[in-house]
Design a protein around this ligand. Sequence first.
Ligand code: NDP
Length: 252
Amino acid sequence: MEQINNLTNKVALITGGGTGIGFGVAEQFIKLGAKVAITGRSKDVLQASKETLGPNCFLFVNDVTMKDTHELLVANIEDSIGPIDILVNNAGKHCKKPSLETTDSEFQAVIDTNLTSVFALTRTMLKYMIPRGKGSVINISSMAALYGITEVVAYSSSKTGLLGLTRTLASEYSQYGVRINAIAPGFIESKMFLNIMEKDPARRRRILERTPARRFGKPSDIGKAAAFLASDSSAYITGICLPVDGGNAIGF
Ligand code: NDP
């Protein structure tokens, strides 16, 4: 019988895979049989995660904003693990400030990490995936792309841009067997999120009040949804944004 969400023998590249949501995605992928390359800027963080994730986790120190390193990163992963089937663009940067206090350079830095670098790495990856006629790209967007949230102008712009990127790439390349989708996580308990919430208890309360599931999400909630979009179980799904949010986007 065909096993749903089976990732046996698949190779995945997860940017920012050493912590939070990326770690949760890596953990699920490995459970389902994948070999997973995790990236990030800190070797120590990646090393500690690899110790938990085991022998099917491989670490590559890489800053996604250094776009001229992408080609070498992909080549190194393919040489040492095998052809990459799945790319999860998860690495992200936040900036919480009123819009009028957000400088151009702060705005640009968030766009660079969350959008321009995703485009550059995906473009590199598609050049490998398209000739092979298969691949799944998953972009990690946000609730900030689905409705208005105060004090996240750069972040929201970048995550909304990711949805346009997802739809355009899916329109151009799905015919070649490569699927490009997005996940919009709700409010997920990661270090980035808990740091923000610690400084803003009113916001924390407000989020829970409008989340029908009445809890924050866990990185594994996103990992399980990503496993579905990465696997052949979702073979006819491309160009979508899947909210994984305990109903937050539709909450009153
Ligand atoms: P974390 O801070 O735990 O994860 C961010 C990861 O991105 C870290 O591993 C970090 O590693 C990596 N990273 C940041 N900048 C770079 C860079 N320039 N190059 C390579 N890696 C980088 O937070 P989350 O798990 O919460 O965030 C993961 C993604 O999920 C982000 O895109 C975020 O916007 C998104 N998201 C999170 C939500 C939440 O509620 N937690 C909700 C919606 C979306 P290092 O610093 O070592 O490089």
